[in-house]
Design a protein around this ligand. Structure first.
Ligand SMILES: Nc1ncnc2c1ncn2[C@@H]1O[C@H](COP(=O)(O)OP(=O)(O)OP(=O)(O)O)[C@@H](O)[C@H]1O
Ligand SMILES: [Mg+2]
Length: 242
């Protein structure tokens, strides 16, 4: 058995809100002073525990939508609720980003001067005051993603797949009920990408984490229970059990 079969270090927190995990109503986002319409009235409901893939041609608005769900940017129009928070008026953005949502970016975004374990510790600074417990938790997470033996390596010394797994461990640090991932297997070979997918799938299946994964990778879309096909800033098709 691979290390990925190891039971997760702690269970995911029970949701402390009612209703969908994500709700978008008429979400519109423009750039270039309104000339470029990246999102054009997106309506979407994602229930807790769903595994949703978002696909579509380059430039159709996938990353823009994910960034809005993560409260990294604001829509021009429409409303977004995530994990019970209205992202137009979130009570505490830092807390939301640190605790309610885990992010895995298109590029892994690790801090190159910190070691793998230190990168995973970063989000724990908002929630865990004990240095010893932060370290133990971060090591458990690296173990969970199967790279505990690389804990002291820095990102430039890690392979693309190892970096992506550190990024996933970091995203899980505070047990968020929602994981948003932008091309998590984009730069990985097929064996490594299958490993990362196994990991994501086990999170969804065993820990009830809601997954929204932007991807060009047909293997990811195949594993998802629901595929959103985007085109020109809209959800053109919403296919369940593809
Ligand atoms: N910060 C920005 N400033 C200006 N234009 C932007 C910005 N972010 C995105 N865009 C534009 O908005 C549109 C949607 O971009 P987005 O990054 O969401 O596409 P995508 O579907 O993720 O594409 P890819 O598959 O290539 O990652 C594109 O035309 C892009 O050029
Ligand atoms: Mg993108």
């Amino acid at each position: 058995m691979s290390e990925l079969a190891i039971a997760p270090p702690r269970s995911v927190r029970a949701p402390d809100f009612e209703g969908p995990m994500i709700r978008c109503d008429g979400v519109t986002k423009t750039f270039e002073e309104g000339r470029l319409r990246a999102l054009d009235g997106v309506d979407l409901i994602v229930e807790p525990g769903e595994f949703v893939a978002v696909v579509g041609p380059s430039g159709c608005g996938k990353s823009t939508l994910l960034n809005l769900m993560a409260a990294l940017d604001q829509p021009d129009d429409g409303t977004i609720r995530v994990a019970g928070h209205d992202l137009g008026h979130p009570p505490d953005l830092d807390h939301f980003r640190a605790v309610d949502v885990g992010l895995v970016f298109q590029l892994d975004n690790l801090l190159p001067s910190l070691t793998a374990v230190e990168n995973v510790e970063v989000p724990l600074f908002t929630t865990e005051r004990s240095r010893r417990r932060r370290r133990r938790r971060a090591l458990d997470l690296l173990d969970f993603v199967g790279i505990a033996d690389r804990a002291d390596a820095r990102p430039p010394q890690l392979s693309g797949g190892e970096r992506q797994r550190v990024a996933i461990a970091r995203a899980l640090a505070n047990e968020p009920p929602l994981l948003l991932a932008d091309e998590p297997t984009g730069r990985l070979d097929s064996a490594t990408s299958a490993r990362v997918l196994d990991l994501l799938e086990s999170l969804q299946r065993e820990r009830d984490v809601t997954l929204v994964v932007v991807t060009h990778d047909p293997d990811v879309a195949e594993r998802a229970r629901r595929v959103l096909h985007m085109l020109d800033g809209r959800i053109e098709r919403d296919v369940r059990d593809p």
